[in-house]
Design a protein around this ligand. Structure first.
Ligand SMILES: [Zn+2]
Length: 70
């Protein structure tokens, strides 16, 4: 996962990339710069997010609650 480090002003391979959701509900990836150790962000849907979301079991629609017979 590549990210842009503002400190190094260069693209770096993110260390410990984690999928996060920003305040505005935008998906993003947060990682650590392997060179200077500062936090890096990459905005948008990334392969790691797709991987993470695919591991979340989809909630099946709830079956209608059977009515109790009077
Ligand atoms: Zn850096």
């Amino acid at each position: 996962m590549q990210g842009y480090c503002v400190k190094c002003r260069a693209k770096k391979e993110m260390k410990d990339p984690q999928s996060i959701t920003m305040k505005n509900k935008m998906p993003a990836t947060q990682g650590v710069c392997p060179t200077c150790g500062s936090k890096m962000f990459r905005i948008g849907i990334t392969p790691i997010i797709e991987l993470a979301s695919s591991q979340i079991p989809r909630l099946a629609p709830q079956p209608p609650v059977p009515r109790l017979a009077p």
